[in-house]
Design a protein around this ligand. Structure first.
Ligand SMILES: [Zn+2]
Length: 258
């Protein structure tokens, strides 16, 4: 099969063997794969991985074949997948049902081969069937959308929460903007790209702030919130230098999510 293989320096299309199907796995023909900021960080050398590796973890496809221990009904289904493979269901985190932090987990496209390929094998507990009305391309957004949605599961909203400031409008930030709007929050979006800020505005963000066009981001946010600061501030940039602004943008006893 063809796969985009990262060798530690460059990423290139190579001919590689179709992964071998284990008896507790499903073989998926990948129909669409999204590019995550993580993939870009790996190629830029900002996130070390074993190499050579097939990157990619936001994907959708069709189950072609399952191993002998797996329910045959999976075959033919359209699916998307979670990122974490090799869950042991027995470690400290698994006992607390926080499977995404399983101590033995191996993330697709980061620790082990991922989805920039024609085929992938995964364990069925990672799979979610997608309705036929959702295209494969649309379904590649389910994994990052789940990450955006999870922000509010980890940090439940209080009745008085009205304004959320979102730092960074990459894929996660733009999805988070839409989830926050769906939850009825007013969104203040911060980014350095006017293209991305316009998109957030189009979705319904109440205010957008180009970080290069204001002297002080937290002052700009306070000026839109009766000088209080946002009820919630979420960082999607992962940039430690943004932390001071993030804390300063949040009201006293507000919530920050980094
Ligand atoms: Zn575990």
């Amino acid at each position: 099969m063809k796969a985009a293989v990262f060798d530690g320096q460059d990423i290139s299309i190579k001919e590689v063997p179709i992964p071998r199907l284990g008896e507790s796995q499903a073989l998926i023909q990948i129909k669409a794969s999204g590019i995550c900021g993580t993939d870009i960080a790996i190629v830029k050398g900002d996130l070390p991985t074993p190499t050579p590796i097939i990157l990619g973890h936001e994907f959708a496809g069709e189950v072609i074949e399952v191993g002998k221990k797996i329910d045959k009904n999976w075959e033919g289904k359209h699916v998307t997948s979670e990122i974490n493979s090799n869950i042991d269901f027995s470690c400290y985190y698994c006992e607390r049902k926080i499977f995404s932090q399983c101590l033995s987990r191996q993330a697709l496209g980061i620790d082990i081969n991922g989805s920039f390929a024609e085929y992938i094998v995964v364990e069925p507990y990672m799979l979610h069937e997608i309705p036929r009305k959702i295209s494969y391309k649309e379904a590649t957004f389910i994994e990052p959308l789940a990450a955006a949605y999870q922000t509010f599961e980890m940090m439940p909203l209080a009745d008085e929460d009205r304004v959320i400031a979102i730092y960074g409008l990459g894929k996660l930030g733009l999805l988070l903007t839409q989830v926050a709007l769906a939850k009825g929050l007013d969104v203040i979006a911060v980014d350095g790209s006017n293209t991305k800020l316009s998109l957030a505005e189009k979705y319904g963000a109440k205010r957008v702030i180009n970080r290069f066009e204001v002297e002080n981001i937290s002052d700009a946010i306070k000026s839109s919130t009766d000088n209080l600061g946002a009820d919630i501030v979420v960082d999607t940039t992962g940039n430690p230098e943004a932390l001071i602004d993030i804390v300063a943008s949040c009201k006293t006893r507000g919530k920050t999510h980094i």
